[in-house]
Design a protein around this ligand. Sequence first.
Ligand code: MC0
Length: 142
Amino acid sequence: MLLRIDHVGIACENLDEKIAYYEATFGVTVVSREVNEEQGVKEAMLHVADGEGGGSYIQLLEPLGPDTPVGKFLAKRGEGLHHIAYGVRDITAAMEQIGGSGVRLLDERPRHGAMGTSIAFLHPKDVGGVLTELVESPPRPS
Ligand code: MC0
């Protein structure tokens, strides 16, 4: 069901500073920057590699305010790994299959993610303490 690691989401206090750090340290480059009001973040995607069905990225996340998922996470745990996201071919089918196994879905239906993706989160308490995201990428132009 899982095609690849789509991205790792990393919570940070200052997006511009963290982008500069990743570019200087790992030689990766930003391919997309967005504000996602629904998710309460401004974020940047830094390309790492290409894989089946899409790319693999580092996603840097700065909260839009303290009362957002990433804002609460930073207050509680500080900067660091926030979630892991797996690429899937069909997000609705994956949600049905995983939800049917008893894992709590944090989204009833897919939501808008970075770079035109459809995303859905799984409760970290049901995935061994790891906030987990499913990602369906838009079709690649042929
Ligand atoms: C919270 N918990 C985590 C966690 N966040 N565990 C692992 N990783 C995380 N990131 C744990 C807490 O420590 C707590 O455990 C329990 O989950 C409940 O957390 P809480 O702080 O009491 O509750 P909330 O209100 O902060 O909710 C946590 C929850 C929420 C994961 C349900 O953050 C959520 O719905 N997240 C999904 C959406 C999201 O994260 N969006 C931002 C990225 P204890 O043991 O203390 O009870 S958006 C994104 O990434 C998009 C743009 C994209 O990929 O394209």
